[in-house]
Design a protein around this ligand. Structure first.
Ligand SMILES: C[S@@+](CC[C@H](N)C(=O)[O-])C[C@H]1O[C@@H](n2cnc3c(N)ncnc32)[C@H](O)[C@@H]1O
Length: 207
């Protein structure tokens, strides 16, 4: 198990109970995401956490495979799925490159609050592109720490927190840099827009 998997396993129970910080921004992201999904779609989510977003989006697609590096996050997500009697979502403990995510191509890949946590973002984006059908969509929202007003504090504090195991890997990319990496991986940007002061919502199409 990686250090980050252990970090997220420890965080899972608290994460499941923490309220959404900006409900309006979250609703806006859900609405924009739904606009790009169709009822026949087969969808993959990466970094799904405890499954809250997957369970809200499940009614607009045919099937959703929701994945996360943390077994504890996945366990909580599975419990919620049974409690809510949702039948078209499958939760899988996996990182984006994991063969468990299958070889059948997806119509869309979703990644909310996850791209900044991938230590090989360029490599993972190429793998995610390969997991999509031609013209398939990558739909993401990413905290871009280089655009954050507290970036200087974060740059000083996060390495210390990481040293003590209190923070996972995080990148300090700007929204423009995230878009550039997505484009370089073989996508064209369909839409890109800030959903709060430093989170960039990006929809990109496989080319
Ligand atoms: C900030 S949480 C976001 C969860 C959810 N997408 C949301 O928006 O609430 C990040 C999630 O990504 C997962 N994660 C971190 N690194 C990962 C990786 N390399 N591959 C897959 N999942 C990862 C963590 O376990 C955690 O559940």
């Amino acid at each position: 198990m990686t250090t980050d998997a252990k970090f997220w396993d420890r965080a899972a129970a608290k994460y499941a109970l923490s309220p959404i910080k900006d409900q309006d921004a979250y609703e806006h992201t859900l609405a924009e995401t739904r606009r790009h999904l169709s009822s026949g779609d087969r969808v993959l989510e990466i970094g799904c956490g405890t499954g809250a977003t997957a369970l809200l989006l499940a009614p607009c697609v045919a099937t959703l495979i929701a994945s996360d590096i943390s077994g504890n996050m996945i366990e909580i997500a599975r419990d919620k799925t049974s409690a809510q009697h949702v039948t078209n979502v499958e939760f899988v403990q996996a990182v984006p490159v994991d063969p468990k995510l299958g070889t059948q191509p997806y119509d869309a890949v979703l990644g909310f609050n996850i791209l900044h946590l991938l230590d090989d973002l360029s490599g993972d984006l190429k793998v995610l592109r390969d997991r999509l059908k031609p013209g398939g969509l990558l739909i993401s929202k990413t905290p871009c720490l280089a655009d954050w007003s507290y970036r200087f504090v974060a740059r000083a504090a996060i390495p210390i927190m990481q040293f003590f195991g209190r923070a996972p890997y995080v990148s300090f990319l700007s929204g423009d840099e995230v878009e550039a990496k997505i484009t370089a991986a073989g996508f064209e940007i369909v839409t890109a827009d800030n959903h709060n002061s430093f989170s960039r919502f990006i929809v990109a199409r496989k080319i």
